[in-house]
Design a protein around this ligand. Structure first.
Ligand code: SAM
Length: 281
């Protein structure tokens, strides 16, 4: 990186992202969920969502040709990027050369890699996720033992999935994903993103979600909460006394915490699910 004024780093001269795509033949693969972002201003805004990233560690899943990666590097982050598409690796190597010591690229499947083992501290996770694996990755990151190994998550999802992450009881989008996202974290939509911002444009709108971990409620096992929410929302139109029948101790626990067993899962708040999981033990 050049230094015109001593101590002030200028961003390196990089080829336009579209040139990178052409040079390395990175025509978008549907199977890999590839919808690329090229708008530098939008990418800078996304990279700003977690706050000041100077010298912070960041995990990026699916850097592709490196648009979001550039914005993260320019913000001063030290990025570890996991990319499954081998074609992108030489393009990312160029980026790594332009930002010496700031970018580590790992070729592989993010679902199969032990991401926490890659970091000594707690990274921020910032990704324009591949839609086909985004929810599975998020659920994995939410159901680890707490304190979580990550500091915050800033993640692009289809708008419909983002709505399901931040929904409250009685919202149409409320379900298992909302409870898992909110029982010990706060989740908000940081910004909507129009489908036309992507190349190629997906069929649906997107949104960036920001998740911050909070205190884990005492005496609650995530595995129990997962089991209860899976049963309750597996039959979301049924009364709890029916849907929770198969979960040992759940019906007695409902009575003890004062939740009417004739209610349906979609009316039960995150706090009530937490109380239920604590009681079921
Ligand atoms: N970050 C780039 C951007 O914003 O333009 C690309 C985002 S694109 C939506 C998703 C990226 O994730 C693609 O580069 C794709 O190859 C990669 N990908 C898909 N499945 C993956 C997986 N299981 N592990 C790691 N990367 C994956």
């Amino acid at each position: 990186m050049s230094e015109a004024v001593p101590g002030v780093k200028l961003p390196p001269q990089l080829p336009a992202l579209r040139e990178v795509i052409a040079k390395y033949g990175l025509n978008a693969s549907k199977a890999l969920g590839q919808n690329f972002l090229f708008d530098g201003q939008l990418l800078t805004r996304i990279a700003a969502v977690p706050g000041d990233l100077r010298d912070a560690e960041v995990l990026e899943v699916g850097p592709g040709p490196g648009g979001l990666t550039r914005a993260l590097l320019a913000a001063g982050a030290r990025v570890t990027a996991i990319e499954r598409d081998r074609r992108c690796i030489p393009a990312l190597a160029e980026l790594s050369e332009a930002y010496p010591g700031q970018l580590r690229v790992i070729e592989g499947d993010a679902l199969a890699i032990d991401a926490p083992a890659l970091f000594a501290g707690r990274p921020h996770i910032v990704s324009n996720l591949p839609y086909n694996v985004g929810t599975a990755l998020l659920v994995g990151w939410l159901t680890v033992d707490w304190q979580p190994w990550w500091q915050s998550c800033t993640l692009m999802f289809q708008k419909e999935v983002a709505d399901r992450i931040v929904a409250s009881a009685n919202d149409d989008a409320y379900g298992r994903l909302a409870v898992l996202s909110q029982w010990r974290s706060t989740a908000r939509i940081a910004m909507p993103v129009h489908r036309s911002a992507f190349t190629p444009p997906p069929k649906v709108m997107s949104a960036v979600v920001h998740i911050m971990p909070g205190e884990a409620p005492e005496g609650v096992e995530v595995r129990v909460l997962e089991r209860i929410t899976a049963a309750a929302f597996g039959q979301r139109r049924k009364m709890l006394r029916q849907s929770l029948k198969g979960v040992p101790g759940a019906l007695v626990a409902l009575e003890r915490i004062g939740v009417d067993a004739t209610r349906r899962a979609e009316t039960v708040s995150v706090a009530e699910f937490v109380a239920l999981a604590r009681e079921v033990g």
